[in-house]
Design a protein around this ligand. Structure first.
Ligand code: SF4
Length: 378
């Protein structure tokens, strides 16, 4: 059992959903006019924040469902059924991905949604949080790709740069068909979400977990709901995420908690780590990942603006901690010195590769998994 958080997790590897940092150069086609959702619809049972603005849904067709992934991941393929994410996390690393969306002009009137001039009401300049592309043909495409002669069974990461169970999914219901295709082909999968809407598909996931490796993951950053509402305004509460994970204990799926990113000065308290670790232990999670916030690209400005507006008293110190680009080394060392003994105390594994490795060793349908190499940690 590994308990050394930092040694296994570098700032360059992970984002919230094990995000693939390679750009996804997809060309998509708009099918219909955007759907404007009212604030009433948006504050439905699954998502909880009063501050969150309504999103526009943009149905499109995709030419490719699966995308290759490189890096230290227990998977080789990424599947994103949406592009953009209503959860609106202020630290989201995937906002960069929206600039690769190409909308064909003249097919529904939304071609300029992602022009440089678009400013989201949620503080994200490219519409990532509130212009959500919906890949309506994704299950059909996936089935075609998995049916291709010679296709290798490999672990698929579902939701690397979006949440597959964000609010849009309550309306479009794409995941049940995706899961049926996965079951048909016995495809191993990692499903990451900050929503308990995933419980709607419990039976399908249960069925998949009986014929292939499945790992259900939730990012859980804070036990303080007043902070959680600000940093992840469109996601469900921490309690609901833990409850959701616990329910999947009844399936053959493994479960993981991603306490990432840890936000310096905001969620870095010992009490917060203790609260999350003890609950992770209580629900019997297979592993936990702990990683401090890494800021780069567009995310950096979005995050600093957020801190300036919502936590002005922390702004100067936060800027200081990131003065050299990455997080201050001494701070990181102090943080992990606090966290590592706690991981031991709660007997938590940080070995996120272990579940899939064990599935392979036991001869289960783990599919192929790429093992990390020294280059990944360079
Ligand atoms: S849940 Fe969505 S908004 Fe939040 S970090 Fe993940 S992809 Fe980004």
């Amino acid at each position: 059992m590994s308990t050394n958080a930092e040694s296994k997790q570098t700032g360059r590897i992970f984002a919230c959903h094990l995000v693939n940092l390679e750009p996804l150069m997809e060309k998509q086609s708009v099918q219909h006019s955007p759907v404007q959702h009212s604030p009433v619809q948006h504050s439905s049972a699954q998502h909880s924040s009063a501050q969150h603005s309504p999103a526009q849904y943009l149905p499109i067709t995709c030419k490719t469902a699966l995308h290759a992934v490189s890096g230290v991941f227990p998977f080789k393929k990424d599947l994103n059924i949406y592009r953009g994410c209503e959860n609106g996390c202020k630290y989201c690393f995937a906002v960069y991905s929206h600039k690769y969306m190409k909308v064909e002009e003249g097919q529904g009137g939304s071609a300029n949604v992602h022009s440089a001039n678009v400013h989201s009401s949620n503080g994200c300049a490219n519409g990532y949080y509130d212009h959500i592309y919906v890949k309506t043909n994704v299950a059909e495409r996936l089935d075609k790709e998995l049916s291709a002669p010679g296709f290798k069974r490999e672990v698929v990461n579902i939701g690397g740069i979006c949440d597959s169970y964000q609010s849009a999914e309550a309306e479009y219901e794409l995941m049940p068909d995706v899961l049926r295709v996965m079951i048909k082909h016995k495809m191993p999968a990692i499903i990451s979400t900050k929503s308990d809407l995933i419980l709607r598909d419990f039976d399908l996931i249960d069925e998949l977990s009986k014929c292939a490796f499945v790992n259900i993951v939730s990012t859980i950053t804070t036990a303080d709901e007043s902070v959680r509402e600000k940093i992840e305004p469109g996601a469900v509460s921490t309690k609901r995420r833990f409850d959701m994970l616990e329910k999947f204990r009844k399936t053959d799926a493994t479960i993981g908690v991603h306490m990432m990113p840890v936000l310096p000065l905001l969620t870095d308290q010992t009490e917060n780590a203790e609260a999350i670790f003890s609950k992770t232990r209580e629900i019997g999670a297979d592993y936990i990942i702990v990683q401090t916030l890494y800021l780069r690209g567009q995310t950096r400005q979005i995050y600093f603006n957020f801190i300036k507006n919502e936590f002005p008293e922390l702004y100067e110190e936060m800027r200081y901690l990131y003065r050299a680009g990455g997080l201050d080394k001494a701070y990181r060392t102090r943080y992990y010195s606090m966290v590592n003994p706690l991981l031991k105390k709660y007997e938590l594994s940080t070995d996120y590769m272990r579940p899939v490795r064990e599935a392979l060793e036991n001869g289960e349908n783990g599919g192929e998994v790429r093992q990390p190499t020294l280059f990944d940690f360079g």
